[in-house]
Design a protein around this ligand. Sequence first.
Ligand code: 9C2
Ligand code: ZN
Length: 440
Amino acid sequence: MAQAPLFRLQCGVNSYEWGKKGSESAAARYAAATPSADLTIQADKPYAELWMGTHPSNPSKDLNTGRTLLDLCAENQSLLSEPVSARYGAKLPFLFKVLSVNKALSIQAHPNKKLAEQLHARDPKNYPDDNHKPEMAIAITPFEGLCGFRPLGEVAHFLETVKPLRTLVGEHEASQFIQAAKEQGGDEASKKKALQKAFGGLMSSSSDDIDREIASLVALAKSEGADFAAGGVPSTKGDVLVELVTRLHGQYGSDIGIFVLFFLNFVTLQPGEALFLVADDIHAYVSGDIIECMAASDNVVRAGLTPKFKDVSTLVDMLTYNYAPIDEQKMNPTEYPYATLNRTAYSSGSAVMLYDPPIEEFSVVRSLLRGEGAKATFDPLEGPSIVICTNGKGTIAVGEAKHDIEEGHIYFVGSAAELILESAVGQEEEFTTFKAFCEI
Ligand SMILES: NNC(=O)[C@@H](O)[C@H](O)[C@H](O)COP(=O)(O)O
Ligand SMILES: [Zn+2]
């Protein structure tokens, strides 16, 4: 019997050390929102990531039958659409997640396709996939993260004003870098080379040197306060740096990752703001709840702020060394043109916004429907979707099938289905959903 194009999913949650504890974790609350989930949230246990998709490490299931979404897609490739299944096989091209971040994640990057194949062949235990992992994060609550290298002038400023940093980078690499950073014009490749040398110098520090310089850094931050690092830079002032150094030191002790703060942009996102990271872009998320969508892969190359397997030389070698101001790291949503709002939705200021990164595997639509009866009707699309409700309640319908949906509920929507979302919240309240999809 053909599988209905709309069915509810039961999704699993991964407990990594950096996750929020107990019910503070949105990932835990959403996973537990499904009646059959055999999940009793433990107050002192960290719950980091809710996974929604067909990735074998934590495959989502059809709530009613208990069958995996992977099996159902394999048997009913029309759920994916012919172009998607022909290009990506009988599985979802994306992995959709909710992350609840209590402590900083690892200093990390995700390998491009070619490097992913090499790492997977060499070390399948630590690199379980042969696929790239470009990723997008959309803030559900206020979010902090380290994303991409700072403008070179900012790194030069820190090398000139934070002695423990300059010591670990090395005097020669530091002065070479500062000279390259200050050179007007100059070719991009040699600037990126100087950045790689300085960053590589930092990351190759001995543990004794790190212990010694961390102690000096924390003491300096405490004693200088807002004057730390000569007051910092416009994007990250001295007092913010003091708080971050102190917080990360409290979380990870003597860890090289704390010094990486001076090389990477410190980004804050308000709910609805987003950032996109291409493969090989360095980052480390610091706090907050986010929706995350990525190509279907779990390959992470780590170099600090983690008890997990680190592969520092691979990380230093693989990075893009792209550098840019914070605002160039953010991703601006646009109004989604393929959804029709009814009169109630229009009058209540509802919005359906598209986050569309420059890759094929996924896009995400965030729907904010305000007030009872606000409705969004989505044009059928040729490809699979997963919808999660992160706030409020309403109904989700495809054809004759109509179900209640509320915070934490997750549905799979098959290709070519005409999806309707309708709010059931009060006048001043919001019914919020995120829909990840692939359409070729
Ligand atoms: N930036 N976010 C991601 O890449 C997530 O999808 C990953 O699953 C986490 O980063 C994994 O981080 P750890 O390996 O636990 O340090
Ligand atoms: Zn990542």
